[in-house]
Design a protein around this ligand. Structure first.
Ligand SMILES: Nc1ncnc2c1ncn2[C@@H]1O[C@H](COP(=O)(O)OP(=O)(O)OP(=O)(O)O)[C@@H](O)[C@H]1O
Ligand SMILES: N[C@@H](CCO)C(=O)O
Length: 318
């Protein structure tokens, strides 16, 4: 359960005096999620999600929150941050932590997605990329290559020789790719960068929304696509690509925005990058956990397997 900071009913009631969303009914800690403290907040007006940001600094948050607002306004299914009635601020303070309230999406996560779910997601992903293009705020992907270069040396001492060698060589490969002209040509803009199955809601096969934008940043669109494929379109036991789902996702994406030649060329390289990014962050969470308590870190070896699968069987569009 990810409640790092306890929020009292009293604090929630005080919050509702500032953010006019009706009268307090109940507050319930949400299980799942490893980054932030999340509560379902029910009021006389509806259901909301209250998030207290545990790692992110207040100066990083406007990028995420205003991006969500921008996307919601553009018709992308994203929960809209709610504002303080007096100041208009969407970045709030609760229990001494930066916080936000967003609308609760209906439905549930589809943890065993089929091609139809991947198709819905592919379409929304492309619409999101396009809708974010005129978003004026700038923030890099804070879990991008510089962070990988910084964090790999921190986790290497915990790994056996063969695993450390794979991590080192993949990092070297990604540094090499980042220098290439094909990489420089990749189209980019604000991306979600963490759009896993547990960050989207469905009712049946209908996608009701995507959320948890707190790793968003400006990066290549292809990296975002790769992160999605690595989670939504694989055999979870082996990490191998499920071609039917990956093809469905990419076809739906391309019906909105066709991939460019440089994107086709670097698809497998970015699939490797996506696997590396989450392998590193999971190693980091596993070996250097925060004090926080009830946290159950995600399994790092999963993304080691995903990476090995992309190396053994590169995925290319025909
Ligand atoms: N807007 C929303 N609508 C409905 N449910 C939500 C919403 N936001 C969060 N949740 C629920 O809360 C859970 C945890 O939220 P979230 O994934 O944002 O946590 P996190 O700690 O930031 O996560 P992660 O580990 O994925 O980075 C989700 O799995 C979902 O069940
Ligand atoms: N999606 C991440 C969790 C942090 O957002 C992972 O599965 O490692």
């Amino acid at each position: 359960m990810a409640v790092f900071t306890e929020v009292s009913d009293k604090a929630a009631k005080a919050l509702l005096k500032r953010v006019p969303l009706g009268d307090f009914v109940s507050l319930r800690g949400i299980e799942g999620g490893i980054e932030n403290t999340n509560y379902f907040l029910t009021t006389s007006q509806g259901e909301y999600v209250l998030t207290l940001f545990e790692r992110l600094r207040a100066d990083q948050l406007p990028f995420y929150l205003y991006l969500m607002k921008h996307l919601a306004k553009a018709g992308v299914p994203v929960p809209e941050p709610q504002a303080d009635g007096k100041t208009g601020d969407i970045l709030l303070q609760v229990e001494g932590k930066p916080a936000a309230i967003v609308g609760k999406l209906p439905g549930k996560s589809q943890l065993a997605p089929q091609a139809a779910h991947c198709q819905s997601l592919g379409e929304v992903l492309a619409r999101m990329h396009q809708a974010a293009l005129d978003y004026p705020r700038q923030q890099p992907n804070l879990r991008g290559l510089p962070w990988w270069n910084e964090t790999v040396p921190v986790v290497l001492p915990y790994l056996d020789t063969a695993t450390a060698e794979l991590l080192r060589s993949e990092l070297a490969y990604q540094n090499h790719v980042a220098q290439s002209s094909a990489y420089a040509a990749l189209p980019r803009g604000p991306v979600h960068a963490d759009l896993f199955r547990d960050n989207a809601m469905f009712e049946g096969e209908t996608l009701t929304g995507i959320f948890d934008f707190y790793f968003a940043g400006v990066d290549t669109w292809l990296f975002d696509i790769a992160v999605v494929i690595n989670d939504w379109c694989i055999d979870l036991a082996t990490g191998a690509i499920d071609k039917a789902r990956a093809d469905a996702l990419l076809a739906a994406y391309q019906a909105v925005r066709p991939l460019q030649a440089c994107e086709r060329e670097l698809l497998n390289a970015m699939l490797r990058a996506g696997a590396l990014r989450f392998w590193i962050s999971r190693l980091w969470d596993f070996y250097l956990p925060r004090e926080a308590s009830l946290l159950k870190p995600h399994d790092p070896t999963h993304f080691e397997r995903v990476l090995r699968a992309r190396l053994a069987a590169p995925y290319h569009l025909i």
